[in-house]
Design a protein around this ligand. Structure first.
Ligand code: CU
Length: 170
């Protein structure tokens, strides 16, 4: 995703470079000076953009999942099947500190499996496409006890808003 930004960056830098030679009429502003200020500004934005993205990479669910798989000794497996408009889960009670691998699939149409922290923050969501052989999976380690809400975030029909569940972390 970061690399996809590169063509836009090249175009911006070219525009800034070209401004240094543009005919300023009717303004008498120093175009080269403006071009330098623009260059500094774009450099600042690039550093900020890269810094925030790189610093947040390990919080991305696929990355934190991969890390958990490589570092955790025992991961508890939970199978989830989404079907209009409910979830079938092989477990609904978990323990703080225990890594849990949610492997989810859909039995009929497009659904998702999102878990919300008791304070309302969404921890992760997985899109569940019907007909896939491999379930979508994510490893999550709960750090606080409480009742966590489960929601479907893909519109899946008339009772989509009723498609919710709960899990308990002790
Ligand atoms: Cu839905």
């Amino acid at each position: 995703m970061l690399c996809l930004q590169i063509p836009f960056l090249v175009v911006f830098l070219y525009i800034i470079y070209r401004k240094g030679f543009a005919n300023p009429d009717p303004s008498d502003a120093d175009q080269r000076k403006l071009s330098r200020v623009d260059g500094l500004w774009v450099t600042f934005v690039i550093i900020l953009f890269l810094g925030i993205n790189i610093a947040s990479i390990e919080y991305m669910p696929p990355i934190s999942s991969a890390r958990a798989v490589s570092t955790q000794q025992n991961i508890r497996d939970v199978d989830v099947t989404a079907e209009s408009w409910s979830y079938e889960m092989s477990a609904r009670e978990f323990e703080v500190g225990q890594a849990v691998r949610f492997s989810a699939k859909s039995a009929d149409t497009m659904h998702s499996f999102a878990i919300y922290h008791p304070d309302g923050r969404m921890l992760f969501t997985m899109m569940l496409m019907p007909g896939l052989e491999t379930p979508a999976s994510i490893v999550h380690t709960f750090t606080e006890p409480g009742i966590y809400k489960v929601r479907c975030l893909e519109y899946c029909g008339a009772a989509h808003h009723e498609m919710r569940d709960e899990i308990v972390v002790k």
